[in-house]
Ligand binder design. Structure first.
Ligand SMILES: *Cc1c(COP(=O)(O)O)cnc(C)c1O
Length: 367
């Protein structure tokens, strides 16, 4: 049996007619930048996330950069970022002229450790980035209370968390702003790079929209110095079609995750991902932890199962962030990176494939 990690061709085949028609409409009109397809997707996506405003941008990294710029905080401010995330979260802080301070991740689900984030707060701290990693929402209430106490902004990096919920509330509108990626492999993926910013503040959304479009809202009304980072209509049209299937695909991911959780219960050698009782975890990734990670990954590959590692090296240990000298700090994130393994999950993984993966893992651990 072969279980690919991701199967984008299968997803495309299942909705090909609608996607092709939506793309043809944009191409026929040659309406590539700005306009109807973009507005329709922005309003459909803000409704999906239960947030008032959505601004389409070029990708998830730009979304973060634009939000940090729109915050209007003093240059050189400190922004707290969890050490276990994709590098883009940190990069966007650095590229907007601020200083990254890495905090730890928590034991249960590898999202931000709020206690450690609090320890990282200094006079210069301006914001904390809550990365809803793997699709599991961060514990937002204590973060919001820290934000009130210390006058900080909470930015939600929702690149892996389309449709995720914290205590019944969709992510992206809980903090000051949310940022989304529609990279092809994400739960909602475009046919190229794409991203969005969400917020409940009309004013903040307008500022982000200006920054992303040369400082203007209308032609030649350049009020501030901006840049070019736009979600184009071809991507918006593809995303609008896929969005109509996202709830169904997400429910499937959750069913497969539950099947992994029960299929691997008491499998000695495997640490299963936790899920808080207040979380709707949308399982962008299903990440187990084990000591013989590399050997297990090779064994699974030998038996047709592709897996991934998110992420193979905690960011403080990367050359790009060596200057922060946090590589040797006693962070869970610095230790656990060698134990993480992402199992295949998505609408291409059915019950039979999931059971096969569980069987092979048990075989590996003789348990
Ligand atoms: C994918 C991802 C990003 C970056 O998104 P791009 O669209 O690839 O720029 C940022 N943060 C996290 C957590 C991600 O997974």
């Amino acid at each position: 049996m072969r279980v690919p990690f991701l199967d984008l061709p299968a997803q495309y085949q299942s909705i090909k007619e609608d996607i092709d028609a939506a793309m043809a409409e944009v191409v026929d009109a040659c309406a590539f930048i700005g306009g109807q397809a973009l507005r329709e997707f922005e309003s459909a996506f803000s409704a999906f996330q239960s947030v008032e405003q959505c601004v389409g941008v070029g990708n998830g990294t730009d979304a973060l950069e634009i939000v940090f710029e729109a915050l209007d905080i003093p240059s050189g401010s400190e922004i707290i970022v969890p050490a276990n995330t994709f590098i883009a979260t940190a990069e966007a802080v650095t590229r907007t002229g601020h200083k990254v301070v890495f905090c730890d991740c928590d034991e249960a689900n590898m999202t931000i450790d709020v206690g450690d984030a609090e320890n990282c707060i200094s006079e210069k701290t301006a914001a904390i980035v809550a990365v809803h990693l793997y699709g599991h929402p961060c514990d937002m209430d204590p973060l919001l209370s820290l934000a009130r106490q210390h006058d900080l902004a909470i930015i939600e990096d929702c690149a892996q968390a389309h449709g995720a919920e914290y205590k019944g509330r969709r992510v992206g509108g809980i903090g000051q702003a949310g940022t989304f990626s529609f990279f092809p492999g994400k739960n909602l993926g475009a046919f190229g790079d794409a991203g969005a910013i969400t917020t409940n503040s009309g004013q903040f959304a307008e500022r982000c929209r200006r920054i992303a479009n040369h400082g203007r809202l209308e032609k030649f009304d350049h009020e501030i110095v901006g840049r070019n980072s736009r979600l184009d209509n071809l991507q918006a049209a593809v995303l609008a079609v896929k969005l109509r299937h996202l709830e169904k695909w997400t429910e499937h991911r959750i069913r497969i995750a539950d099947r992994y959780l029960s299929g691997l219960t008491d499998c000695s050698g495997v640490q299963l991902p936790g899920r808080a009782d207040w979380a709707r975890q949308v399982y962008h990734l299903f990440v187990i932890r084990c000591d013989a990670r590399n050997e297990l990954q090779a064994f699974l590959a030998d038996h047709g199962v592709s897996s991934g590692i998110h992420y193979p090296m905690a960011i403080p240990k990367m050359a790009a962030y060596a200057s922060l000298e946090q590589a040797t700090e006693s962070l869970r994130a610095n230790r656990e990176d060698s134990r993480l393994l992402s199992l295949p999950i998505g609408e291409h993984v059915d019950a039979e494939a999931c059971d096969y993966v569980c069987m092979k893992i048990r075989e590996f651990f003789h348990s």
